[in-house]
Design a binder for this molecule. Structure first.
Ligand code: GRF
Length: 214
């Protein structure tokens, strides 16, 4: 499976994907990493893995749709089959969503549908919830609203700050994002309306590459 990653920042989820590919727990090729930020550390992480790293300047296009058409061109150029958003801070338009229907994933640092949008960890703390976590979902129109593939939950501690909570959630993000991608690579995901069905791995040729199916 050829993955294209869109990232705007530090790229720790991208790194988790790269590490999983290198450890062979994710059976995929990182075909290209694209960023809307020239200085995104994610681009450097891609280069270190030997993956083409492409900066596309949003200022050179008239609007979001035109920008997404430029991205689409690059994704096709690198034969990308699945797009993974990893800290990508731009809204994806119908141009990409229709071209890659049910083939764009995102990771979000809350238990969706709670706390979509920016600063999800702060939203959770401000609300006073006792459990939070992260969600991998397919991208549809609507912010963080697509069908859910995988979630991990963790307790919020009395002494948690936005930073400590974000750090603990991140550990779970790095675990479940490569797992969700591997499920896709194994063709075990089917989208039925809002629901993502996960087929059991019945391959007679040994276990799934997933470290754990829990
Ligand atoms: C992560 O918390 C992710 O859930 C959110 O943006 C952050 C990106 O971090 N969508 P990184 O760039 O992957 O380190």
């Amino acid at each position: 499976m050829r993955i294209g990653v869109l990232a705007s920042g530090r790229g720790s989820n991208l790194q988790a994907i790269i590490d999983a590919i290198e450890k062979r727990t994710l059976d995929a090729i990182l075909a290209v990493v694209i960023s809307n930020k020239a200085e995104a550390p994610a681009l450097e992480r891609a280069r270190s893995h030997g993956t083409p790293a492409v900066f596309l300047d949003p200022k050179t296009t008239a609007d979001r749709e035109a920008y997404d058409r430029v991205i689409l061109e690059q994704l096709r150029r690198y034969d990308v089959e699945l797009v993974a958003l990893a800290g990508y801070m731009k809204i994806v338009t119908s141009v990409l969503i229709e071209a890659y229907a049910n083939r764009i994933m995102n990771i979000h640092p809350s238990l969706l549908p709670a706390f979509p949008g920016l600063a999800a960890q702060k939203q959770a703390l401000d609300w006073g919830v006792k459990v939070s976590g992260c969600t991998v979902h397919f991208v549809t129109e609507g912010i963080d609203a697509g069908p859910i593939i995988r979630q991990a939950a963790l307790p919020i501690l009395e002494e948690d700050t936005e930073e400590t909570l974000a750090a603990r959630i991140l550990v779970e993000e790095h675990r479940i994002y490569p797992q969700a991608l591997q499920l896709f690579a194994e063709k075990r995901l089917t989208v039925e309306g809002r629901k993502v069905r996960i087929r059991e791995n019945k391959s007679p040729h040994g276990a799934s590459l997933l470290a754990s199916d829990s």
